[in-house]
Every structure is written in C-alpha cells, then in structure tokens.
Write a protein that binds this ligand. Structure first.
Ligand SMILES: *[C@@H]1O[C@H](CO)[C@@H](O)[C@H](O)[C@H]1NC(C)=O
Ligand SMILES: *[C@@H]1O[C@H](CO)[C@@H](O)[C@H](O)[C@H]1NC(C)=O
Length: 435
C-alpha cells in the first residue's frame, strides 16, 4: 500500500494550504517594520536657505581692490558663504579684519594645462578650475555651488528662491545665455555666460570635479572659462537650465529698457555695471547701485518686477518697475507692447554688423523725438513698515518737450506695495494694478 505522503493532494487540502499561506502573508504585512528612509530623502523637504549656497568669485590681484565695492553690495559675512579666488597673494588679501568682503584663496598652479586660443588669456584655465578647487575643499552642507566674476552683482535671496525649485541631489546647471544674439552664435545658445553667474548642484559639481582636469586638456582651443565648464558639463550629458533672472548684460549705454520690463521672475544677477551708464541719473555708478540696493534689501523679490496701471479718467498708462523706475505714457498702451524692451541701450559689439544688433528678446524702438517718450521717474527713497512698502519716485527730465501736455505738472509718484513673498510653486504674479 502506498504511504499517505505519496497520496495526491485533494482539492480541499490545496485550499487549506493556500489559506494558511495567505494568513502567513497577512501576518507578515501587519507586523513587518519598513526600513527607515535613507537620510538624504529625509532632508529633502527642508527648504534651501542662504547658508546652502557657496559662492566662488573669480578675481585677480590686479582687479580685486577695485571690485570690492560690487561684492560688498550683496555679500554679508553672517549669512553668505563665499570665497574669492586670486591668481597670486596681495599684501592685504587675508587681513582677517575686513569682514565686509569674503576670504581670499590663491588658485592652484595651472601651468601644465595647454591654452592655444590666439589673443586670449590663459587665466581662463585658472578661473574655470575654480569649479574643481571649491568642491575639493569639502565644505559642509552645500546644496549649490555658485560661480561669478568680481563684477557680478548677485541678488542672493532671489537666487535662493530660484534654486529652490530644483532638486540639488540631481544634476543641474542653472544660468542664462547672453542677451546678444551674436554672442550666443559665437559661444553657444546653451552656455551659462560666466559674468552673469551660474549655479551647479552639489551632486553634479562632485562629478564635474572628478573629471575636470582631464577634460581641460581637450579644450585648449577655447577662449574663456565658461566655455570650458560648459564643454565638460556637456561631456557629462548635462545641458543648461535657463533662468531668466541671470544677466550677463552684453549691451551698452542706458539699461532703462532692460530693467523696466524684466520678466516676472526674480532678478538674480547683473553684470558689466562698469561698462553701462549709471542706472540712476545724476550720480556715479557706485552710488546708483547703493540706492538700488536700499530697495533690494527691503523687498528683494519685487525688485524690478513690472506692474502696469491704467488711469482711464486721464488716459494714462503707468508702468512700474518696482524699486527702480516708473514710466508714464499718454494714452492707452496695450499691455503686450509694454512687455517688450525699449531700445534705450546699444549693442555690445560695436562692429556695425546686423547680427550684433539682434537680441534674445522682443524689442521696440525708443523714440528719438523726446515728446514721444514716456515721462520717467526714478527711485528716490523707500521705506517699509509692517511689510507695507512705500517708495517715492521723482521725475527726470533730460530736456523738456516744448509742447505742453497733461502730465507736465506731475513731479513725484508714490507707490504702496506689500512685501512680495513668493512660494516655490508660485510662478504667477499679477501684472495689472488699479489706480
Ligand atoms: C562716487 O561718489 C561718491 C560720493 O560722492 C565718492 O565717494 C566715490 O568715490 C565716487 N565713486 C566713483 C567711482 O567715482
Ligand atoms: C515720500 O514722499 C512723501 C511726500 O513728500 C513723504 O511724506 C514720504 O515720507 C516719502 N516716503 C519715503 C519712503 O521717503
């Protein structure tokens, strides 16, 4: 007789077995503790703050003392982390007393790297290599490495807001190309132009630092530092994330057109402030930037953000670029027309070629006839109380239009606004106001 073990299972025994197995599975699910999250994921929800950004400023022994006033505008020793990279030590470079500027580092030797761009400066290699030297220092708790020149003016709170949209644990290269079409043709539409500043996420910066020295050997023929960094990032498969707040400012003359119709995106940087005209009339460039920063400090998110108000009873259109200037147009200007940039500025390259006069944004002519220009009012003063901002703007007349018009007597405009607190997800800001 065959033993019971060898008996084929009856359907009812199979059912019992299955029930038993599923009971075991349910008990496993009920009592099993999931493993804890890896520490990185637990840290993600904490917002990015100023302390998570580490700035590297490319300077030189020849230019540093002249450029210090630009850095002082945005650097604050207690909340900003930054280093200045010089080609060689200068006598007062590490006097610990001057806390108004960041500490200085002397760059490593780069004489072993080839540089073959005719007429260029081989300091481009040293400046490019800052991306590796800063990572190799192993500073703690850095989410973003930010790079700029000693004449890059940064708006730190706005940069924090901008970078908070991206996950620093992924690979990101954030910045902007040039305003000038022909500069982009020459270098690349997808390169972050170094003078405007750019940011590299912590994890990408690590990967870049590992390959940077060998990568530099392949790009001896390139002109600048930014083109080297762009090329090495391209080799890693990373393209530029364009953010409209960064400004290389490859243009000359009067920046009114640029600064009075900024995209509704926080202003992050301005460059070439030495080559353009003073941004406010009747004062030098440093004084003008200092006045601008009074507004930047009280409401950074709103600086230069454009709001358009219509006064139907007097048939006026008023375009406010908060903290900077107000323009009053006679008649009803259509809103889309006020978003394009008035060509108050001139091309970066003085070659006279057609390409040099093309920009990367919509423009409109700035009338030659002064009677056809809007009346312009520039920031005079700003004060804040309980998050309500009051800013005064006074009229600037270059020459008086001989014809009289209905706003001849308007000398001063006062603007009341609430402090602008943008959420990370908030991409929408109303452009219209009521008068
Ligand atoms: C700008 O003006 C201020 C105040 O008059 C003066 O101290 C400063 O040296 C001037 N700067 C330049 C670059 O001319
Ligand atoms: C703006 O101007 C008005 C009128 O002159 C004055 O009362 C007010 O204090 C000024 N506000 C600021 C912030 O300077």
């Amino acid at each position: 007789m065959p033993s019971a073990l060898l008996q084929p299972l009856s359907p009812s025994r199979i059912k019992t077995l299955l029930l038993f197995l599923s009971l075991l599975f349910i008990l496993y699910l009920v009592f099993h503790q999931p493993p804890p999250h890896p520490p990185l994921l637990q840290h993600l929800p904490l917002p990015t703050t100023r302390r998570h950004l580490l700035f590297s400023i490319a300077s030189s022994a020849a230019s540093w003392s002249r450029r210090k006033p630009y850095v002082r505008l945005w650097y604050s020793p207690d909340t900003t982390r930054a280093f200045v990279f010089l080609d060689k030590p200068i006598p007062d470079s590490n006097t610990a007393g001057d806390r108004s500027v960041p500490p200085v580092i002397v760059s490593g030797d780069t004489s072993r790297f080839p540089y073959t761009f005719r007429g260029g400066l081989r300091s481009a290699i040293r400046v490019a290599r800052v991306v590796k030297e800063i990572v190799d220092r192993g500073e703690p708790d850095v989410r973003w490495f930010v790079f700029g020149d000693d004449d890059t003016i940064l708006f730190v709170d706005n940069l924090v807001k901008t970078l908070s949209k991206y996950d620093h644990n992924q690979w990101f290269y954030v910045g902007s190309n040039s305003e000038s079409y022909d500069q982009n043709v020459k270098y690349s539409f997808d390169m972050a132009f170094g003078g405007g500043g750019f940011a590299i996420s912590h994890s990408l910066a690590k990967a870049l630092a590992n390959v940077f020295d060998s990568c530099l050997m392949r790009y001896a023929h390139l002109y600048g530092s930014d083109a080297r960094i762009f090329s090495c990032l391209a080799e890693l498969g990373v393209g530029l994330t364009h953010e409209p707040g960064f400004h290389q400012v490859d243009m000359r003359g009067n920046l009114l057109g640029l600064l009075s119709a900024h995209p509704l995106s926080p202003l992050v940087s301005l460059h070439h402030m030495e080559t353009v005209e003073s941004i406010f009339p009747n004062m030098n460039k440093t004084q003008a930037l200092e006045r601008f920063f009074i507004a930047v400090k009280v409401d950074p998110a709103r600086i230069c953000q454009q709001t358009i108000c219509y006064d139907p009873s007097r048939s006026l259109s008023v375009s406010v670029a908060w903290g900077y200037a107000i323009q009053v147009f006679e008649g009803n200007e259509l809103l889309p027309d006020l978003l394009s940039l008035q060509k108050t500025f001139m091309p970066w390259r003085r070659s006279g070629s057609i390409d040099a006069t093309h920009y990367m944004f919509n423009t409109r002519d700035y009338p030659r006839d002064i009677c056809k220009r809007p009346a312009v009012f520039f920031l005079e003063s700003v004060a804040s109380e309980n998050n309500v901002m009051q800013s005064n703007y006074t009229r600037h007349n270059i020459e008086n239009c001989p014809k009289t018009n209905k706003i001849d007597n308007l000398e001063k405009i006062r603007v009341f606004s609430e402090k602008l607190e943008l959420d990370v997800d908030q991409v929408f800001l109303n452009r219209l106001c009521g008068l």
